[in-house]
Design a protein around this ligand. Sequence first.
Ligand SMILES: Cc1cc2nc3c(=O)[nH]c(=O)nc-3n(C[C@H](O)[C@H](O)[C@H](O)COP(=O)(O)OP(=O)(O)OC[C@H]3O[C@@H](n4cnc5c(N)ncnc54)[C@H](O)[C@@H]3O)c2cc1C
Length: 565
Amino acid sequence: MKRSIASSSKGNVYKRSRPDIEHDFEQYHSVNKKYYPNPITRKGANQFNNMSRAKPIEILEELLRKHKTSLQDASTVIHWFRNDLRSSDNVGFYKSVKLFQQLKQRDASAKLYAIYIINEDDWRAHMDSGWKLKFIIEALKSLQESLAELHVPLLVWEFHTLEGALSNSKKFVEFFIEKCISLSSGKPMIISANIEYQTDELYRDIRLLEQEDQRLQLNFYHDSCIVAPGLLTTDKGTRYSVFTPWYKKWVLYLSRHRKSGSEICQLHKIEPLKYNESFKLEPFQYSLPEEFVQYIPKLKWCLPDVSEAAALSRLKDFLKTKSFKYNNEKDTLCLGGTSNLSVYITTGVISTRVVVNEASHTCNGQIMSKTLKDNSSIQNFIKEVAWRDFYRHCMCNWPYTSMGIPYRLDTLDIKWENDPVTFERWCIGNTGIPIVDAIMRKLLYTGYINNRSRMITASFLSKNLLIDWRWGERWFMKHLIDGDPSSNTGGWGFCSSTGIDAQPYFRVFNMDIQTKKYDPKMIFINEWVPELRHSENQRPINYPEPLVDLKHSRERALEVYKDAM
Ligand SMILES: Cc1cc2nc3c(=O)[nH]c(=O)nc-3n(C[C@H](O)[C@H](O)[C@H](O)COP(=O)(O)OP(=O)(O)OC[C@H]3O[C@@H](n4cnc5c(N)ncnc54)[C@H](O)[C@@H]3O)c2cc1C
């Protein structure tokens, strides 16, 4: 059902914070049946747990082990960019360049290409936000320019089908083979790409590895994590499901693999050469269809500078001016005390190896203190980056968490209230709880909210409102500029007590205390809920009564959760 956000509010005072946008709220209630007609069940999830069904990452790695790259007869190397939109410190691209240089010694006419494939159905199925897609398109243009300096053409292909197929479909594989073969003029080629850890994407790569055309030799690399999923196990060889011991191992792994005198993370530098002899830059023409940008307010919105250089300069600026205050300021809602790097990291414009290396310079390479609780600001910043790795490790180990099923299967029994009107009021920031409304309006208006804001609103939705956390998770994906399936699912699982290493179910944020701690002077609330600005202690007539009583809704959540767990 489509509703206009402005028309559902009283009066026009909300205009600053709530753009007049039509929303189809029902799309957040369940998985998209068009793309997922047979969603995975608890039984299917259990098959992964009791190992009667292989995890996609294991299938992929097994196929890769069997695969041997041969330069024999090959004359083309292709790097397939996905969510790694950068030329520097990119494992797959680095390997492509190295292979190409070897090939070139044998065959002077060898060619090196870069490709990116747009499949709008993947975006629809994954509910990518307009903010993020706009960023990606601009980042691609910037990447095309930086690759041009290396004489490497970046070709952007579009995959469309009438019925709407995902990239793990047979049709996509056929399309891919045909396009690659035409690019290499029918000759054998080597194709490299970096692994994406969501289930759909892993199955896409598995299908590609299983295709039988000998002319395509595919290599997939671990790139997006600092420590690849699967490398860290407990001393008993089991997978970690708690962050802190995993993080300590992560730090240990980095120190053990560090060569003396070198950086914490090894980077992948390519020489700034002109790789292909003949080269012509052909800018790609693609504009996002209206359906993807419909939720972006039509008011002025400036895309941040999307280039790799801009990401690095944002990082350096943060390290110089804010990082030492991170422990104290990261949660304060009006301060912007965090790096704001997430969109660059999510789309791969900067690698987290570079982030950690640069950050480690400011703590003399000591990325964790002896006792965790004494971590300095910069060490805690690095720890947050480690959370991102951890959530990828979890998604690989419990693949059903990227298929709409919570890590904790018992929480499937929670009797959510799932009132659609209550959900809509949460979405548009009209719950009558100022801190929640301010955050939700900021999300709608800007596409970005900090971690504390995400935790507050996720806790409120899943606990005080008793709405299935997956509705909120989808809303976040559709509206966040940095929407990332593993961090988003991980964050929602944490806050709703349904996920891995989650908050205990009886931890329900008290919105009054959160306000006192993180917006004590009401600066943030007054900015985003202007109708409260001059209200003293009285509720203005144009601001709604609270949707729920905080104390009563907390008690109700405890009962409902307890019944299920
Ligand atoms: C409910 C919920 C949903 C979330 N959804 C996403 C999402 O879709 N995409 C996303 O990138 N992050 C998500 N996060 C994690 C976190 O909120 C954001 O990464 C962070 O707010 C981004 O702002 P920043 O770049 O200024 O972070 P900083 O504090 O400067 O941290 C630096 C980087 O570390 C990583 N990071 C920081 N905190 C976390 C965390 N808790 N979990 C995983 N990685 C982290 C991010 O890559 C971030 O850019 C979510 C958290 C919650 C609680």
